[in-house]
Design a protein around this ligand. Structure first.
Ligand SMILES: Cc1ncc(COP(=O)(O)O)c(C=O)c1O
Length: 412
């Protein structure tokens, strides 16, 4: 092997060739060069061309990037509208935001220059009171998203299998790919209920390590009843129950179940219930036999001082959280009835803060989303295998519903 010489910011030259000869223009050619390890030029047999991506783990080179929604400011520039003039119903955010205590707590933070508590003790104690589950079972994270990834990092070896039940939250599939796991898909039934028989077959034959269940499910808003959950919990598989939207469902959280089911993890978040999506705070309930390994593997300072202060302050005002939840649930039911009147939409009943609609009558779902965006109303559209021609509308304030309905009227 020759010396490694830095050619430019993105490519490395190994050998004694002139750096300029190794800067490849075409990505296809770069990859071919890496894969075969054959020198690029005949006259420099001992030279090797390597670009930075050669250092990336092979399974990640094939990874498609996660497609997040556009940041508010970028969206505002693209649409030529002020952020406050955009009706944002595309990401299931809570338009009421957090209670006033949160702004006070953020404005009076005393030690933002000191690293946060790696164990988020104050937050976990507050969550223990809120949930009725001892803090030894609770771990907080930078959003439920971080915990999904952390669980996978602790549970999965590359090549292990997980069960995913689409249509559902796409982060499970994405994180599985990042962690080098195989995803076995057990699609939901046409009414979006789980295909429990098929799940049991897959568990028996494929021996997957874990299954991700979402209740209420994103994007359709259906819930998993206790019988179904128990059936799956009796299978030899780790069940991760994602309750990001449980507050809107009228169902009690299953957090306390982790004390009697060694194979259950329950995830929750402040993003929806407390309007703190931007501050990134999620939490999970774990059996003690599992949580100790997550403590070992997590980043020490994963919940920032600001995030912990905000989450604790939000829980200080349960009346506010309850009122916001009631307002959103009432608005969901009103929105559902209004969407039913739209001739090209077929809405599904939802237990969450969003409503999935099938776009019918020859109307194109993507075009509908794009046209609404030009009018300043953002909704989410789907075009994947399980949900071709569907849109999802988050529940907003009454004025957001009015704006949406006014825009939809342009189409009929
Ligand atoms: C089902 C589900 N789980 C988890 C999350 C992510 O939650 P967080 O904002 O706490 O990362 C979302 C976000 O939309 C979600 O829909």
């Amino acid at each position: 092997m020759g010396v490694i010489e830095l050619c430019n910011s993105s490519s490395l030259c190994i050998g004694r060739a002139k750096p300029s000869c190794l800067i490849e223009k075409s990505r296809t050619r770069r990859i071919a060069c890496m894969a075969s390890s054959v020198p690029v030029r005949e006259e420099s047999q001992q030279k090797q061309c390597v670009t930075g991506d050669a250092f990336i783990r092979p399974h990640l080179r094939k990874l498609s990037p996660y497609q997040p929604i556009l940041p508010f400011e970028v969206l505002s520039t693209r649409l030529g509208r002020k952020p406050e003039d955009i009706v944002k119903l595309d990401a299931n955010e809570n338009p009421y935001g957090p209670p006033p205590e949160v702004f006070d707590a953020l404005g009076t933070m005393k030690f933002p220059y000191i690293y946060p508590d790696p164990e988020s003790r104050t937050l976990r104690a507050t969550l223990a009171e809120d949930s009725g589950l001892e803090s030894e079972h609770i771990l907080a994270g930078c959003g439920a998203d971080e915990l999904i990834d952390l669980i996978m990092r602790c549970v999965l070896d590359p090549g292990d299998k997980i069960v995913d039940c689409p249509p559902t939250f796409t982060m499970y599939e994405f994180d599985a790919a990042v962690n080098g796991a195989h995803v076995i898909k057990v699609p939901r039934n046409p009414d979006f209920s789980l295909d429990v028989e098929r799940i049991a077959e897959v568990v028996e034959h494929e021996k997957p390590k874990c299954i991700f269940l979402t209740s209420p499910n994103n994007p359709d808003g259906s819930i998993i009843d206790d019988d179904t959950l128990l059936k799956i919990l009796h299978l030899p598989i780790l069940v991760i129950l994602d309750e990001a939207y449980v507050e809107f469902s009228g169902m009690e959280s299953k957090m306390k179940w982790v004390k009697k089911h060694e194979n259950l993890i329950v995830l929750r978040t402040f993003s929806k219930r407390a309007g703190l999506a931007g501050l990134r705070v999620g939490y999970g309930a774990f059996p003690k036999s599992i949580i100790e390994f997550l403590w070992r593997a997590k980043q020490p300072y994963n919940v920032s001082v600001a995030a912990e202060a905000a989450a604790c302050a939000a829980l200080k005002n349960p009346a506010y959280l309850e009122n916001v939840k009631v307002a959103l649930v009432q608005e969901r039911d009103r929105l559902f009835n209004l969407l039913k009147e739209v001739p090209f939409l077929d809405p599904y009943p939802s237990y969450s803060n969003f409503i999935l609609c099938k776009v019918t009558s020859g109307m194109d779902a993507k075009k509908l989303k794009e046209d609404l965006a030009t009018m300043g109303v953002m909704i989410r559209h789907y075009n994947n295998k399980e949900l071709k021609g569907y849109v999802r509308v988050s529940v907003g304030k009454p004025e957001h519903t009015e704006a949406l309905m006014k825009c939809l009227k342009h189409f009929y």
